[in-house]
Design a binder for this molecule. Structure first.
Ligand code: ZN
Length: 150
């Protein structure tokens, strides 16, 4: 089966590692930002919580979720990379990642900035899974938008 060979490439070690041992797992008790995301195409769910350390800088990050390995690994990678970033920086990161998922090629410095997240580029070859990979990121965008509306 050719499909499963390609999937082997897709589920690269870094993705499986995040799926099996999600980082930043568990919701924070008193978050400054919180949002829930759902991907009806696959049944994936992500709840993301964050605290702020003044000046719109992200402090603690915690998430919980259920769903396929791509959705949960992507949320774990995102959560692990958010601490210490400002909300503007987090927003910019989401835009870069969405661009990647829509087929934009990364400049070397962007690839370096994404670090292990760049492993998710392979998901583009499976359009149905792109929504899975984006779930945590759109949830983050919603959380930031909600916070700014207050
Ligand atoms: Zn999924």
């Amino acid at each position: 089966m050719q499909m499963s060979e390609s999937l082997d490439d897709l589920y690269r070690d870094v993705i499986l590692d995040h799926y099996r041992r999600p980082r930043n797992q568990g919701l924070l008790p008193n978050p400054d930002l919180k949002s829930e995301g759902f991907n009806p195409f696959c049944g994936d769910q992500v709840v993301l919580t964050m605290t702020l350390d003044g000046a719109e800088r992200i402090g603690e990050v915690g998430f919980e979720g259920e769903g396929c390995s791509i959705s949960q690994a992507s949320a774990s990678m995102l959560a692990a990379h958010l601490g210490g970033r400002t909300l503007d920086e987090a927003d910019a990161l989401v835009r870069v990642f969405k661009g990647v998922m829509q087929g934009e090629e990364l400049a070397p410095e962007q690839e370096e900035a994404l670090g292990e997240i760049a492993a998710l580029q392979g998901v583009r070859e499976f359009p149905i899974r792109v929504k899975c990979a984006l779930l945590g990121w759109t949830t983050l965008q919603d959380a930031i938008a909600d916070y700014r509306k207050r």
